[in-house]
Ligand binder design. Structure first.
Ligand code: ADP
Ligand code: 5GP
Length: 211
């Protein structure tokens, strides 16, 4: 019998780099993926739906959950609180479901401790000007929020070095192929395919008895 623990794929990168675009594509190609739906205190943007994109809540509710140990990780990003609900994470991974976490570098560092088998991918823009153009193109932030996001982007880029994979999102199709490759490579790790070789070789003690 083989058992397979789910892959935990953590994706970080500055706001506007293309995380949502690339992760949505990965989830469309691999429908078995479970996406961790974060809790946040920021208000919904555009077409975002509560429970699908985020669990939107006020600060008091977020703090209540945090005090109860309800988050696998949490962080303050751009003045808002974000957290990964703990309960679904272990249950889904143990069931063999692959999970994707789109979280900032502070949260990713916490998951590196609590989920040592997770794979960490960092998305980079081709350059900072391109990042600013994408943020402006998205048209969801005022000037103050824009400035905060660009300042935060530079701080996040400094943390990219400890990730397992760096994916530059210049030409979208090429970036997608690379992110997909990071995921597929992770599914092949021996730790996620426990019992595969053993099933092939059979019981080693039995083999020894047979001489
Ligand atoms: P994030 O989730 O990282 O904040 P989004 O996925 O929302 O970023 O992307 C920000 C904007 O950049 C969107 O308008 C998206 O369509 C655009 N975008 C994403 N990838 C590329 C790319 N490779 N080239 C040009 N524009 C892109
Ligand atoms: P946005 O407000 O643009 O959706 O997200 C802003 C930032 O918060 C992004 O860098 C995103 O990765 C991060 N983020 C979203 N959810 C979580 C979470 O649960 N935990 C942490 N640490 N960061 C998150």
């Amino acid at each position: 019998m083989t058992s397979r623990e789910g892959v935990a794929l953590v994706v970080s990168g500055p706001s506007g780099v293309g995380k949502t675009t690339l992760v949505d594509r990965l989830m469309a190609e691999f429908p078995g993926f479970a996406r961790s739906v974060s809790c946040t205190t920021r208000p919904p943007r555009g077409q975002e739906v509560d429970g699908r994109d985020y669990h939107f809540m006020d600060v008091a509710e977020f703090e209540r959950r945090r005090e109860q140990g309800g988050f696998a990780e949490w962080a303050e990003v751009h003045g808002n609180l974000y957290g990964t609900p703990l309960e679904p994470v272990n249950a889904l991974l143990r069931q063999g479901r692959d999970m994707i976490f789109v979280i900032d570098v502070q949260g990713a560092a916490q998951l590196k401790l609590s989920l040592p088998g997770a794979v960490f991918a960092f998305l980079l823009p081709p350059d900072l000007d391109a990042l600013e153009r994408r943020l402006r193109g998205r048209g969801q932030d005022d000037e103050e929020a824009m400035a905060k996001r660009m300042e935060n982007a530079i701080a996040e880029l400094r943390e990219a070095r400890w990730y397992d994979a760096l994916v530059v999102n210049d030409v979208l199709d090429e970036a997608y192929d690379r992110l997909r490759a990071v995921y597929l490579a992770a599914t092949l790790a021996p730790a996620r395919n426990a019992g595969l070789v053993e099933a092939m070789l059979g019981d080693p003690f039995e083999a020894a008895r047979r001489g």
